[in-house]
Design a protein around this ligand. Structure first.
Ligand SMILES: [Mn+2]
Length: 344
């Protein structure tokens, strides 16, 4: 497998590196690491992603080289950090998918499971905490050159998906890879300082966060935290930051809090909700699905456009959350826990 991958890369000149339509720290840093490596191998890499790179990732140098179009001509594609064709929807919409399928495609991904990309020529899909961990090991096996910036990106990708080496998928191997990267000169404090600097916000947002926190309600024995954001505030602050995201993690810090729900009310009657659950309370996906939305056990969302009253939606949502939590606590959690695996 690895030799076939090597052969494909050796015989190609222009190589497109593809991220799915849900770019994150792992996919972007992995793509940027590969871009470096392929460039150092004398190839012409091209970065593609169907959607805009989220602002919180724009501290990673090179994000602005990611294009939402495939180049006119290329020899090979490398799809990173996904094995789901549905996450390549933008290519399908724009008919560029035909173009992609007409060339060999390599998948490098760490979401092992039943999904696969049907047109992939080769797939390296192994358990790892991040795609960057796999790329590091491939690079070692194939003796690819690893410049300082490539190694920095690989470490960034691993630290992102492992949330600083703390998630359950973080293995001894992940820590070994980080240790080797540090030995070779990567500075973890530097990565962290860069990430934190990117999180600084205008002062008015910090003040507004305080206003939102005062508005948080703890319901159903303090297990369900809710906050509601009216249109005037969406209009005023959304360009700078998503109001819900300012407080949703803090809402989950209260004792007994199990799930946090951020509602937004729009002038046309539309209501949206963002849901985050604490570890051990994987009900977010099921709760969102009840309202026609979706997501993962710990992070999900929904949108209501049928004109139902907000007060109704809120009380139904709180009640169902409480019921789902009771069900988990009662040990009848089998159905609740079975959800699509998070694309981390
Ligand atoms: Mn990943």
């Amino acid at each position: 497998m690895i030799n076939e991958v090597n052969g494909l890369i050796e015989s190609s000149q222009k190589i497109v590196i593809i991220q799915a339509d849900n770019p994150d720290g792992d996919s972007l840093a992995s793509a940027l690491a590969l871009e470096q490596i392929l460039g150092d191998l004398g190839k012409e890499p091209w970065l593609y992603c169907g959607v805009n790179i989220p602002t919180y990732l724009r501290y990673l140098a090179g994000w602005d080289r990611v294009s939402d179009e495939l180049p006119q001509q290329f020899d090979l594609s490398i799809i990173v950090d996904t094995s789901s064709e549905t996450l390549l929807g933008k290519l399908a919409e724009t008919a560029q998918m035909m173009w992609l399928k007409s060339k060999p495609a390599i998948v490098i991904d760490h979401h092992e499971g039943d999904q696969s990309i049907s047109f992939a020529t080769n797939s390296i899909n192994e358990s790892a905490v991040a795609t960057g961990e796999l790329i590091y090991e491939i690079a070692k096996q194939l003796h690819w050159p690893l410049s300082h910036s490539a190694m920095t990106m690989l470490a960034t990708s691993i630290m992102a998906d492992s949330r600083g080496l703390t998630t359950d998928k973080t293995s001894a191997r992940s820590i070994h890879v980080i240790a080797e990267l540090v030995e070779k000169g990567v500075s973890i404090p530097e990565l962290e300082a860069a990430r934190r600097a990117s999180m600084r916000r205008p002062a008015e947002l910090v003040t507004y966060k305080g206003v939102l926190l005062q508005r948080v309600e703890y319901l159903a024995d303090n297990r369900v935290a809710t906050v509601t954001i009216p249109w005037q505030e969406i209009e005023k602050y959304s360009h700078a930051y998503n109001p819900t995201m300012l407080v949703i993690e803090d809402m989950l810090l209260a004792e007994n809090a199990r799930i946090a729900i951020g509602f937004k009310q729009y002038p046309d009657g539309k209501i949206t909700a963002k849901l985050r659950a604490n570890y051990g309370s994987p009900i977010a996906g099921e709760l969102a699905a009840h309202f026609g939305g979706g997501g993962h056990p710990y992070a999900a969302g929904f949108k209501i456009t049928d004109g139902r009253l907000f007060s109704e939606i809120k009380s139904e949502c709180t009640k169902l959350a409480s019921d789902l939590l009771d069900k988990i606590d009662g040990g009848k959690s089998d159905e609740t826990i079975q959800h699509t695996r998070a694309q981390g």
